[in-house]
Design a protein around this ligand. Structure first.
Ligand code: GLA
Length: 381
């Protein structure tokens, strides 16, 4: 991939490019907890967005997308571009400027192998690779945590998704063979070794495009905030679901809509599952960890209601399969992937089974994506 991008750069803009990469992510457990200032457990993957880039004179930047085969010329001091892909890059520059940086114009070619629309955060990879590259190229002095915030705020202010910080954080901080136990309130994190011998991480894409995702995502966020507001009326110091216990939630249950109660209960339980699951991981007990993954799916499907028929169907087959340590829908939901932690020896048979049953039920074959936990944002050459 990187050589295609370098070649394209040479063809269009000549010599002198620097290359950078920033990956997509998986999340082993802890979804919809990040914007509630809880915990997440993502890892970067071996699939990334790559950019070849060089500063240029004048006000206009030239951006070429290898995947869309589109060239745009943009004045980063001008209006918001129409093209969605360009908004991510424009947004990153604006967020940097808001924080006092002077970002010059640039010429670049970018593209990647993060599967689109599968919930592997290709958009966070795009924000992160541009954040990382521009920071390095123009000597802006932002930390990786600053760059994660810049990416997150790009989503909020230029794309319209009120996301948490997990995706950008994972893309920037990932390390090979480690998952990141991130406290989304303090941004303190711990790298936890994740090398399940004899097992692999595999994703099955439900092929459902999550069209509902951004609107329903924002609705979930509001429901959580509604629950927090009820508890905060009674308990001092409650600012997010991170500060709310099940006892508090039960005490004030009658003052909230049943749906709000369910959403909040899910988040509180998911944080608990993650913290307990992490302890199992540290002991190398992947089997017990996998049980938490199944529990997470149940919560996402029943209490948080962000799953869909296709995801539930895959997860159910996984749950019945001996040698399947864990499986759950992953990410924002309403489509995207089921992440599996599966023993090598049952991997192939399971795939055959799930593909043929899925085909019989939904009339198409789901896409299979094998991933390895890899490194975060970096300079290549
Ligand atoms: C999306 C968002 C993240 C996170 C997940 C759900 O990927 O971008 O911030 O909220 O959904 O865990």
């Amino acid at each position: 991939m990187i050589s295609i991008i370098q070649e394209e750069f040479k063809k269009r803009f000549g010599e002198g490019a620097t290359c950078y990469a920033s990956p997509g992510r998986v999340n082993l457990i802890g979804d919809h907890t990040d914007y509630n200032l809880g915990f997440v457990l993502p890892g970067a993957i071996d699939k990334a967005i790559y950019v070849a880039i060089r500063p240029t004179e004048g006000p206009v930047s030239r951006l070429y997308s290898v995947d869309y085969k589109e060239l745009l010329e943009i004045d980063m001091n001008g209006a918001l571009p129409d093209k969605l892909w360009a908004r991510f890059i424009y947004g990153v520059v604006q967020e940097m400027k808001k924080r006092g940086a002077t970002v010059g114009a640039f010429e670049c070619v970018f593209g990647g192998d993060v599967p689109l629309g599968a919930g592997l955060s290709s958009s966070a990879a795009l924000e992160s690779v541009f954040g990382y590259a521009l920071n390095d190229l123009f000597g802006l002095g932002f930390s990786r945590a600053d760059l994660a915030r810049i990416g997150q705020m790009t989503e909020h202010n230029y794309v319209g998704v009120k996301c948490g910080i997990m995706d950008e954080f994972a893309s920037l901080f990932g390390q090979k063979g480690k998952v990141i136990r991130l406290d989304c309130r303090s941004l303190e994190y711990e790298l936890v070794s994740f090398e399940p011998v004899g097992c692999r991480v595999m994703l099955i894409d439900s092929m459902v495009k999550h069209s509902l995702a951004s609107s329903e995502y924002n609705v979930r966020r509001e429901q959580c905030e509604a629950g927090v507001a009820v508890v905060a009326k009674h308990v001092q110091g409650v600012e997010s679901l991170r500060d709310v216990t099940m006892d508090m939630l039960d005490t004030y249950k009658s003052e909230m809509e049943p749906i709000v109660y369910r959403r909040c209960a899910y988040v509180i339980h998911e944080n608990q599952r993650l913290l307990e699951g992490c302890e199992f991981l540290k002991k190398g007990d992947y089997k017990a960890f996998g049980q938490k993954m199944f529990g997470s799916h149940e919560g996402l499907s029943r209490e948080y209601e962000v799953s869909c028929e296709e995801l539930d169907f895959i997860e159910e087959i996984a749950r019945e399969t001996p040698g399947m340590l864990g499986a759950r829908m992953m990410g924002g939901g309403f489509g995207g992937c089921v992440i599996h932690l599966v023993e090598e020896k049952v991997h192939d048979a399971y795939l055959e089974e799930v593909k043929s049953r899925f085909q019989a039920r939904f009339g198409q074959t789901p896409r299979v994506i094998d991933v390895v936990i890899g490194d975060g944002a970096r300079k290549l050459i």
